[in-house]
Unconditional design. Sequence first.
Length: 442
Amino acid sequence: MSDGAFSAKFRVATTGIFALGFLIAFEALAVTTAMPLAARDLHGQSLYALTFSAFAATGVIGNVIGGAWSDRSGPTRPLLVGAGLFALGLLASGTAPTMPILIAGRALQGFGAGAIGVALYVLVARVYPEQLHPRVFALLAAAWVLPSLIGPFAAGAVSTYLSWHWVFIGIIPLVAAATLLLLPQLRSRPMAGTGAGVPVARIGWAVGAAVALLAMRPLLGLPAVGPALAALAAVAAVVALRPLLPKGALTVARGLPAVIVARGLFSGGFCVADAYLPYSLITLRGVSPVIAGAITTVGAVSWAAGSALQSRYSERLSDRRCIGLGAAAFFVGAVLVGLGTASGLIPVMVAGWLLAGLGIGTAYPRLSTATLALSAPEERGRSSAALQIGDGFGNGLALTVVGIVTAFAPDAEFAGAFGLAALLGLAVLLVAPRTATRALAR
């Protein structure tokens, strides 16, 4: 193929899309090594968790508004406004004199990141031919994997030798540069939208869902009534989630609804396994944090390998086949991680985590391409928003379920975490056949 993702025709756009994806992922994942220092300096240790949940919760609102705006007038304005708000949030966080201002900055970052993420999906659909979509989404997946490999170390080094402030402030010029790389494509191609009205009700549901998502973890920590209140918040989140997803999502209807559900299940399964794998290694097996981190990195490397493989065979393997193969690999991998944890066989855990990462790397880009293929052009923004909302809620609900299990049965924490991961992988395997249907005409 003469016009690849990095051919002269697409090279600048591909670089800009990858760079923005990487920077968003860096702020979502890599700041974990800088945030403890920020909380200490700002005397805000009690508010520490909110710096992460605020980013995730406002991202849901950014997804909905960015998706509606992209459908209404094209991806240009939501991408530029999202980049501006993301940069403003970085500035607020990096110069914050108090913890509440840092949290407000993180909330702005999340909102901007949510709008950018959806706009990038719509931009991919507008700029690249359909046969290149698997390759571009594999690059976006790599943009999330790379920060998990090098980001925490880089953020820790900057915080140690400069200051934690620069983990935020230093990203601002990079956001500006990545956005500028996309301007030629945004200006040279028709990016008009449908002119549809503002979906006020959906934005309201998004705010409600974000509040419920934000409340789950703090409620879980309350004595006695915490688990019950967290469960109620989870139910409220699902109720608010329904209008934000395609019709038929909660019943796993064939086609786009099944794709969105599969993405949420996959995301929740990987998130909960990723969160508890190093924890189990350190607390149960006495493995050093450095070794535990290295083992966790195995999953990130195999994720990148899975993304590359599905891209290489994009013309031979259908989206449904890749989703099914990925789900099978993830399910077996999660079972092996659980068995390795229970038996103390660390090599089994490593092998399982490698297989789990390979599975999600194989399936994730195809869930993105299937979303575009099954969406009418005028609804790609809304569909992309639903896909990313499924990510966020899959993560939040899965972690809350494990928290509730742990509250009632503390000794079952790791069994609950890896058991849930395996069950979610099995659920994706069962849903995968329903993700196949005829793509919509362009």
